[in-house]
Design a protein around this ligand. Structure first.
Ligand SMILES: Cc1ncc(COP(=O)(O)O)c(C=O)c1O
Length: 377
């Protein structure tokens, strides 16, 4: 049953269970066909209310903080593969209890904590930096010159430190398997000699496996060839791919204002609070029933409800004039949204709901003044 947006109280993020399950099934297919480990990167999506659905598909979890590692353990029932740019002394012991694997960003951090990790039976890895990425967005490029992420090949002159069982790299952003292949060629050139000493290679995230034109068979073959040739376990930790194109941010127009011939629909949601990637990247989201601005058609900016001057995007055209009370439905608003939202300006946080194929709409989280007040003191 398709989503009936009239039933959705706004503002609300709505996950479409059917679309989510399609994505989970595609990723599971890759995991099984290539016989690799695939983790859910919690930084992209951590709405644990829907983790029972994820659990049905048997993925592991990747964490980048104590909070994520603990959530993985408590709500997904797995120990995390953890990586952070640095670990704090007051957190490391607890992180290790929730982790099966831990990757260190520098040799300093490795030396600081490897004994503790080893003692707890946690598999130790190093984040390496192949210094190559073909992403066009600097904000999502962890491999550009001067990056703070990972050890370069040059810094591994003395070989792989004893006790290290794996390498972890992350270079891709919303990429296909051909981009991965290019990264692997560079990785092998720079780090290939170390592979016989390793048990696993974590190839990070950025694999948009559930994207429309993604060549899954090519990915499976690439991974199987690598595994066969180098005899290491392969781990992938995509984030976006799980919830890519699986839901919406549903909002209502509260007012329409006009200045210098520009009409702005003021919404009960905000770009800066609820869709931050739109401003950060930046990218223009798709609105159901709207198109990019077209001459002669009713055209509007969408204005956020915060007081940030830049909290707007434009322009979209509609087939009729908009009115207060109309719904504006932003597509693909599940990954990297709810995990990044803020309550800046005291703006109401949208609810979070799921639309089940048979069960219809279920609100899984509502926010009120207590959530706003409890964040600060
Ligand atoms: C180390 C690491 N792993 C995995 C991911 C997930 O990437 P994506 O959501 O693009 O698949 C990220 C994203 O920043 C990351 O930094």
């Amino acid at each position: 049953m398709p989503i009936d947006f009239n039933q959705i109280p706004t503002p609300c993020y709505v996950i479409d269970e059917h679309l989510l399950r399609n994505n989970l099934a595609v990723i599971k297919k890759v995991k099984e066909a290539a016989a690799i480990d695939v983790l859910v990167s919690l930084k992209a999506f951590s709405n644990w209310g829907v983790f029972p659905i994820f659990k049905e598909y048997g993925f592991g979890a990747s964490a980048s903080s104590l909070n994520e590692a603990r959530l993985a353990f408590e709500e997904l029932g797995v120990k995390a593969h953890t990586y952070a740019p640095a670990y704090e002394e007051q957190h490391i012991a607890e992180i290790l209890t929730y982790s099966s694997h831990i990757s260190f960003n520098s040799v300093n951090q490795l030396h600081q904590y490897m004994k503790m990790a080893d003692h707890q039976g946690v598999s130790i890895g190093l984040r390496v930096n192949p210094e190559f990425s073909d992403t066009a967005y600097d904000i999502y490029n962890p491999c550009k010159a001067g990056s703070r992420f990972g050890i370069t090949a040059e810094q591994l002159d003395d070989g792989v430190p004893e006790g290290v069982e794996g390498f972890h790299f992350h270079t891709l952003f919303e990429a296909n398997s051909f981009a991965l292949k290019k990264v692997l060629a560079v990785f092998l050139k720079k780090f290939g000699t170390f592979l016989p000493q390793l048990k696993w290679v974590n190839m990070g995230g950025g694999h948009l496996i559930t994207g429309k034109d993604y060549d899954i068979e090519h990915l499976i073959k690439t991974l199987m060839d690598f595994k066969e040739r180098y005899g290491v376990n392969i781990i992938l930790e995509p984030g976006s791919a799980y919830t890519y194109q699986t839901g919406y941010l549903v909002s209502t127009i509260l007012d329409i204002v006009e200045n210098s011939g520009i009409k702005t629909a003021i919404l009960d949601v905000s770009f800066t609070c609820h869709m931050p990637d739109c401003l950060e990247m930046p990218y223009k989201p798709v609105i159901v029933g709207a198109s990019d601005a077209r001459a002669g058609e009713p055209t509007y900016r969408m204005g956020g409800i915060s007081c940030l001057a830049g909290d707007y995007m434009g322009d979209w055209s509609f087939d009729k004039e908009l009115r207060s009370g109309d719904k504006i439905i932003f597509e693909d608003m599940i990954h990297y949204t709810t995990v990044k939202t803020t309550m800046f300006n005291g703006v109401n946080h949208p609810g979070i709901g799921i639309w089940g194929e048979r069960s219809g709409f279920r609100l899984i989280k509502e926010f009120d003044h207590r959530d706003y007040k409890n964040r600060l003191s």
